[in-house]
Structure formats: structure tokens, C-alpha cells
Design a binder for this molecule. Structure first.
Ligand code: FAD
Length: 303
């Protein structure tokens, strides 16, 4: 398994990388980040970029920063680095909760979270996390920089709102509102494989511990991440989530397909079951954060 021939470039600034991508735009240039998706695709001859622009030597892109908005992840921050970052976990626990399901430790040591977003695999956990948290991706191209919200970024399977001449320099995952708990559940044939279905959940409770908002983001049940607002399924003054209405809302939003791993019907069933369980976990976490007074702090510290 050998990749087709390509020319390798090793720029040392973002501007140089963008110039190289623009100069070879008609020969299918590709950014090389962790290489955990691109290199296998090339070796299987499913991708044949004429030029590889390796961004691994660009300074300043490997930071994971907690800002007033949330967590800003640089393009060279590896999955494992984001997963282990305690400040990022305190601000947005869903990052670690989801990253624990991404591939295997060796792949997480090299693969980047931003690379995963740009790659846009409909089974990639981080796409649902960005979409559920209303995050955005920062892109730099020949005409300057732009920010694209998750709603527009995921266009279709392996297709994102990103031009060949652009480098994604960071992604921001927004901090959920106070009183919010989160959870990520998925089912894969083996731990670390791509999931047959995965669900990220956010549940918000008020100071009386009543649920005020519930949203989920699903993977592997559509052409990209599918976000479902379960507001219409909240019922009663205690704000319980009605399971029947939840299933109806899911069924309207998802569009799973048959493949060698699972039938569409099985994926739909998984979406129902995993959503119910993820909502329960997120609700428990939301209550602990309120009761333990740990909003904005570590969930582990909650009573
Ligand atoms: P690369 O492979 O370097 O690039 C992927 C694509 O994105 C390329 O088209 C590249 O040009 C583009 N790209 C990357 N970074 C940028 C950038 N900054 N700017 C512009 N374009 C960019 N992922 C999951 O989410 N869940 C899984 O369960 C999972 N399981 C895996 C199992 C195996 C065996 C393997 C090999 C991989 C698995 N992955 C999984 C993929 C892994 O998470 C990848 O690391 C990730 O999808 C891509 O990140 P990367 O940095 O390796 O990108």
C-alpha cells in the first residue's frame, strides 16, 4: 500500500502555507496535519493530492486556550492534548467526554481535533461537539481570514466549508450556559472504532433544578452532525423530557443509512436508546453542578 507520488512542502508560517496551497491550487493540494485520516486515504489510493503542505512546523498553532467564549483549540493541538487539558475540561466537559471515544490512544496522540473537523467524517465525534456547542472554525486563505459557524461548516459527508487554499488555524467550542450538564455516549463494534451511532447531550437546569433546555448532537445518522433541540419535548413544571416526543423529534431529524456495520433501522434504534441514556447522564451532571455549586469549575468536585 503506497501512496501515489506527491510533492512535499514544509512551510514555517501560515502565510507561506497559504501561498503554497494557492500556487498549486490546480493540482489538488492538501494540508497535512496529524495524517491519521489523510495518509491512510492516500495509501489506499482514495486520495491523490499532487502537493502536501505539512503544517506541523508552523509555530503558535498547538495551544488549547480557555477564553471567555469557551475553549479555542489550535490546529496542531492533538486529540490527546485537548482530552487531557484540565482547564478545557472545566470549561467544556463535553470535550473530554467525547474525545475518550475518538479512535485509539496512539491515533489520538497524533491526530488533531481541528483536522477531524475539516475532514468532516459523519462518524467523527468532534463534529457533533462543535455543532452542539454552536462553535466555529477559523480559516486563513489568500483573501484573509474568516470564521465559519458549525451550522454552515459541515456541508456533507467528508465535505466542509473550507477551500483547498485555506488553512484552518483553530476552532472554538463555546462554553455551555450555567447549570448545564453534558454526556457523550456511542456504540461501536470495538472500542475506538468509528461509532454506528453516537450522541452528545446538553441538559440545563435552573436553580430549582427544573430542566430548562435539552439538546443533542448525533453522529453516523446523517450526512453530517445532526443537532436536535428537544425544547418541544420538555413537559411539566419540573421540565421532564418526554421520551415519546423525543423519539418523534429524533425521527424527523435523522436520516441513517444501511452499511456493512449496521442497518438504518438499527442505527435509528441506537439513536433513541443512546439519546435517552445520554440525557439522563447529562441531567444528573447538571443537578450535581447546581447542588455542588461547581458551575464554571470541575464537575469532579461536585457533591
Ligand atoms: P489529517 O489526516 O492530516 O487530515 C485530514 C483532512 O483534513 C485532510 O484532507 C487535510 O488536508 C485536512 N486538514 C487537516 N487539518 C487541516 C487544517 N488545519 N487546515 C486545513 N485542512 C486540514 N476519528 C474520529 O473522529 N473517531 C474515530 O473513532 C476515529 N477512529 C479512527 C480509527 C483509525 C484506525 C484511524 C487511522 C483514524 C481514526 N479517526 C477517528 C481519525 C482521526 O481522528 C484523525 O486524526 C482525524 O480525523 C484527522 O485529523 P488529522 O490531524 O490526522 O488530519
Amino acid at each position: 500500500m503506497k501512496p501515489p507520488p506527491f510533492t512535499y512542502h514544509r512551510p514555517t508560517t501560515v502565510d507561506e502555507a497559504v501561498q503554497l496551497l494557492a500556487a498549486h491550487a490546480d493540482e489538488g493540494p492538501k494540508v497535512l496535519a496529524g495524517g491519521q485520516s489523510l495518509v491512510p486515504l492516500m495509501s489506499m489510493r482514495l486520495a491523490a493530492p499532487g502537493h502536501l503542505v505539512d503544517i506541523n512546523h508552523l509555530p503558535g498553532l498547538d495551544a488549547v486556550e480557555v477564553t471567555s467564549d469557551g475553549v479555542r483549540v489550535g490546529a496542531l493541538a492533538r486529540h490527546a492534548q485537548v482530552e487531557r487539558d484540565d482547564a478545557a475540561y472545566d470549561a467544556v466537559p463535553l470535550l473530554r467526554q467525547a474525545l475518550q471515544h475518538v479512535a485509539h490512544p496512539t491515533i489520538r496522540n497524533r491526530g488533531t481535533s481541528v483536522g477531524s473537523l475539516v475532514h468532516g467524517d459523519p462518524a467523527a465525534e468532534m463534529t457533533a461537539v462543535l455543532a452542539l456547542l454552536d462553535g466555529e472554525v477559523e480559516l486563513v486563505g489568500p483573501d484573509g481570514s474568516r470564521r465559519v459557524g458549525a451550522g454552515e461548516f459541515f456541508v456533507g459527508p467528508m465535505e466542509t466549508e473550507h477551500a483547498d487554499e485555506e488553512v484552518a488555524v483553530a476552532a472554538t467550542f463555546r462554553r455551555p450556559p450555567a447549570g448545564t450538564g453534558s454526556a457523550f455516549l456511542e456504540l461501536a463494534r470495538r472500542h475506538g472504532d468509528y461509532a454506528m451511532c453516537g450522541v452528545a447531550a446538553l441538559v440545563t437546569v435552573d436553580s430549582d433544578l427544573a430542566i430548562t433546555a435539552a439538546r443533542v448532537g448525533l453522529i453516523s445518522v446523517g450526512p453530517g452532525p445532526v443537532v436536535v433541540d428537544l425544547g418541544p419535548a420538555l413537559s411539566g413544571s419540573g421540565g421532564a423530557v418526554d421520551p415519546g416526543r423525543t423519539r418523534e423529534l429524533l425521527d424527523e431529524a435523522i436520516d441513517p443509512e444501511d452499511d456493512i456495520h449496521a442497518t438504518a433501522a438499527y442505527r435509528r434504534r441506537l439513536a433513541h436508546v443512546l439519546t435517552e441514556r445520554a440525557l439522563r447522564q447529562a441531567h444528573d451532571e447538571a443537578r450535581s453542578r447546581r447542588v455542588g455549586g461547581t458551575d464554571g469549575g470541575s464537575v469532579e468536585g461536585a457533591a
